[in-house]
Structure formats: C-alpha cells, structure tokens
Design a protein. Sequence first.
Length: 273
Amino acid sequence: MAVIWVVVLLVVRFVQGTRAAGVMKGMLVLIVVATLVVHMIGGGQAFPRLSFLYERFLAIVAIGLVVIFQPELRRALIRLGEAPFFRSSPGEIAQVVEPIAEACAYLSKGRFGAIIVLERQVGLAALTEGGTRLDAALSARLLQTIFFPGTALHDLAVVIRGRVIHAANVQLPLADPADMPDPTLGSRHRAAVGLSRECDALVIVVSEERGSIRVCERGRFTPTLTPDQLRNHLKERLTRIRQSQTASQEPEQTTETESMAAPSQSGGVNGTD
C-alpha cells in the first residue's frame, strides 16, 4: 500500500501546475463514484452484469488515460532517457556563462528581444534541423549581432551546445496560453515554457517590451534577474548538473577500485515577448 501511495504522490507532483492535474482530479472522482456505486448496489453475486460492466469501464478508463496524458507521458519518458551531456569543468562553465551574461546585459539595456536555449542532457537535434546551423564559437558579440533588430535571425531562438552556438533561427514549440503563469507574457515566454516542459534545457528570455531577463526551467520562470544574478544562476544550475553526474559516477569508480584492490590484499566522467 505504501508503494502505491508513493507512486500516486510522484504522479501528482509531476502533473502539478498543468491542465492534466484538473483532468486527473475529474477522473479520480469518476472512478471513486463508480466504485462506490458498484460495491453498494452490485455487492456479492446480485448483479454480476454490473460488475462485468465495471471491469470493462476500468479498461476503457485506462486506455483513455494514455490518450489524455500523452504529453505528460512523453515528458516522463524523455526524462527517464536523459543521458549525461554537459560535463564541463567550472572553468568551462564560466566560459559559457560570461558571454551569455554580457550579451543579455546589452540586449536588456537596448530592449532587444532574445531567447537563448542552453542544451543540457536532452539533445535538441530535432528542433535545430529547422533552424540555421552555425556551429560558431560562443561570444557575446555574436549573440548581440544575431538578436539585433532587423537581422535575418533575430526573431527566433538560438541554441547553445557546450561552448558553441549550434543553431539560430530555431522555432520552439509554444505552450498553451492556459499553461502560462502570466497571461500577459508573449510568444517568447510561451516558447520558453513550451520547450522547457519537454526537456531539461535552460531557456533565457530577454523581454523586448520591458528589458527584463528571466530564466525558464521545467516550465517555471525565475523572477526578473540582473546580469550579475543571471551569471550566478546559470553557474549554479550548470554546476549542479555536473555535480549530480559526478556523484552518480563515484559508486562505479569505488566498485572498480575495490575490485582491483581485492587481489592485492589476498596476495597479489520566438517572435515577441
């Protein structure tokens, strides 16, 4: 029973804050009511057909859950399949963060809209195929040039992979307006929510209207950040990924060391705001 409650809690936490949460509540209420009715009216062998219909009803509900929660199931499978990618050292992380913070400070001051995606463990090859591939060294000046109003690539997103600007002019999936934390936010913020809910990427949005800088992760925005706060936040998030990967590798390394040491003891790493 404890295992069942743990599974239910994890599912609730996963869908919390999404439209699926309301659907799940409705489905649970329907199942509970149907179960009570069957047990009260059709208890024992008085109404065998009612029990038969109830069992078929549960099978239909199970199929319906798969269809209704298809986006959530897809996100869950993506997270289960996340493979380590960002394994940079603190020095390499700083080389990624500094140009981004410098560029965002410039874009914010000039109120030039921008959306920058930091690819982490989940690859974004399917998205970048529709964009303009650059594979250029990451620099603040290049980011400023890309998002300068009037340039051919300024409207859509830039995807950064490691220390390289992998692609620009990348179209991101838009979140539904009902999923947005603030209905006044525009398409750039909707794109940030839409992508970050699908994968583990960090999405930086510079507002064209307000000049504000915010980071979106797992569908949630930070408060407005200054360039210095952005720098610290990115370092913290990217360093945490590296630390979690290092921790997951330590048991394997310890096991290998022990197995090698044993013989000797016995003798011998988008458009608007």
